[in-house]
Design a protein. Structure first.
Length: 363
C-alpha cells in the first residue's frame, strides 16, 4: 500500500533517466522487428487501396460458411482475391468476398450465378466497386495532413518550451507510428481508411501525454543553471515520477474502451468492421504512453546535457555532492572516535582539517 500511496502522490523515485540506455535498446529492438516485417511481410491492403469489388452476403445464417461462398464464386468463374471472411453474428452475420475489378454488368451476372449456387436470393448479395485511385487519394491527403500537423506542433513546442523538446516529441511520435504500423504488418490486419483515421488519432494522444511531462520538466528546471544543487537529469527524472500516476490514469481510461472494442467487439462478437480501427488505436495509445515516459524526456535530457552550460552545471553538482559526502564521512568518523574515547578513557582523535568540530553530548 505504501508503494501505491507514493505512486498516487507522485513520490516515486524510479530512475527513468538513468536507465534510458535500456529503453533506447528496447525501442530499437522493437523498431527493428517492425522494419523487418515491412520488408518481408508488407501490408495487407483493403479493397479501398487495391481496388476491386467487395461482395457482401447479408443475413448469411449459420448454415452458409465462408468456404461455401468462396467455392460458389470460384465455380461461377471468378476466383476471389483472398479467402472469404465472416463478420458479425446472428442475424447480422455477413460473409465478405473480394474479387478483382469488373464492369457493373459482370457484377450483376456474377451475383446471380453465386445466388443460384448458394440457393439464396440475389437481393442478399450487395456489390461495392472501389477504384484503387480512391485509396491513393486518401493516402496522399493523410500524409499532407500529417506533415502540416507535425510542423505546427513542432513550432508550438519550440515556442512554448524549447526546440530540444520538439525534437524529442517528434522522435517519440515517429516511434509510435512505426510501431503501430509494424504491429499491423505482423498481425496481418487489412489497411483500410479506418486504419488511417486511427493512425492520425493516436498522434494527438501521444503528444498530449508528452506535453504534460514536458510542462513539469520545465517547472522543475526553472533557474536551475543559477544553482549547483541538482542536475538537469535529476529535475527531468523527478518530473517523470511526479506525472507517472497521471500518465497511467489517462492511458488506462483511454485503453479500456478501445480494448473493449478490440477484444469483445471484434474478438468475441465477431464485428469485423471495427477491428481495424480498434487495433491501431490500442497499439498507438499503449506505445504513446510508453514513449512519453521512456523516450521523449530522456532524449531531451541527452540533447540538453550536451551543451556547455549544462555540462558545467553537472560538474558543479558532482563537486558539491562529493564535498558534502566527504564532510559527512569525516563527521561520522569523528563522532565514532569520540564515542570510542568515552568508552576507553583515551583522548578523542583530532578532527581532520576542514571537518566541523563535534559537540559532546550531555549526560
Amino acid at each position: 500500500m505504501s508503494a501505491l500511496r507514493k505512486l498516487y502522490r507522485g513520490e516515486t523515485r524510479i530512475n527513468f533517466i538513468g536507465s534510458r540506455r535500456r529503453w533506447y535498446l528496447a525501442s530499437a529492438v522493437l523498431l527493428l522487428i517492425c522494419v523487418v516485417s515491412f520488408a518481408f511481410r508488407g501490408f495487407k491492403y483493403g479493397v479501398e487501396f487495391e481496388g476491386g469489388v467487395q461482395f457482401r452476403i447479408q443475413n448469411a445464417g449459420t448454415s452458409l460458411s465462408a468456404n461455401d461462398a468462396y467455392d460458389a464464386f470460384q465455380n461461377a468463374g471468378t476466383t476471389p482475391s483472398e479467402p472469404a471472411q465472416v463478420v458479425g453474428s446472428g442475424s447480422a452475420r455477413t460473409i465478405v468476398v473480394r474479387a478483382r475489378q469488373m464492369t457493373p454488368a459482370k457484377q450483376q451476372i456474377l451475383t446471380t450465378n453465386v445466388a443460384t449456387r448458394l440457393h439464396i436470393s440475389a437481393n442478399k448479395i450487395n456489390a461495392d466497386s472501389v477504384s484503387s485511385s480512391w485509396g491513393h487519394d486518401i493516402t496522399i491527403k493523410a500524409i499532407q495532413g500529417l506533415i502540416i500537423f507535425l510542423v505546427v506542433v513542432s513550432i508550438y513546442i519550440s515556442l512554448r518550451f524549447q526546440w530540444r523538446m520538439a525534437v524529442g516529441a517528434m522522435l517519440a511520435l515517429l516511434h509510435d507510428l512505426v510501431l503501430a504500423a509494424g504491429v499491423y504488418s505482423i498481425v496481418g490486419f487489412e489497411v483500410t481508411p479506418s486504419t488511417v483515421v486511427g493512425l492520425l488519432t493516436i498522434l494527438g494522444f501521444s503528444l498530449y501525454d508528452t506535453v504534460v511531462v514536458y510542462d513539469k520538466v520545465a517547472e522543475n528546471s526553472k533557474d536551475i543553471l543559477a544553482g549547483s544543487r541538482t542536475t538537469y537529469s535529476d529535475a527531468a527524472n523527478l518530473a517523470v515520477n511526479q506525472t507517472l500516476m497521471r500518465s497511467i490514469n489517462t492511458s488506462l481510461i483511454a485503453l479500456l474502451p478501445v480494448a473493449g472494442l478490440l477484444f469483445v467487439g471484434a474478438g468475441v462478437l465477431g464485428v469485423g468492421t471495427i477491428k481495424d480501427l480498434a487495433l491501431i488505436l490500442f497499439v498507438g495509445l499503449a506505445s504513446g504512453a510508453y514513449s512519453s515516459l521512456f523516450l521523449a524526456t530522456p532524449i531531451v535530457v541527452d540533447l540538453t546535457e550536451r551543451t556547455a552550460e549544462y555540462k558545467a552545471l553537472t560538474k558543479r553538482v558532482i563537486a558539491k555532492r562529493s564535498s558534502e559526502a566527504r564532510r559527512a564521512a569525516d563527521a561520522e568518523l569523528a563522532g565514532a572516535g569520540a564515542v570510542a574515547a568515552r568508552r576507553t578513557g583515551l583522548p578523542a582523535p583530532a578532527p581532520k582539517v576542514g571537518a566541523r568540530p563535534q559537540r559532546r553530548r550531555r549526560g
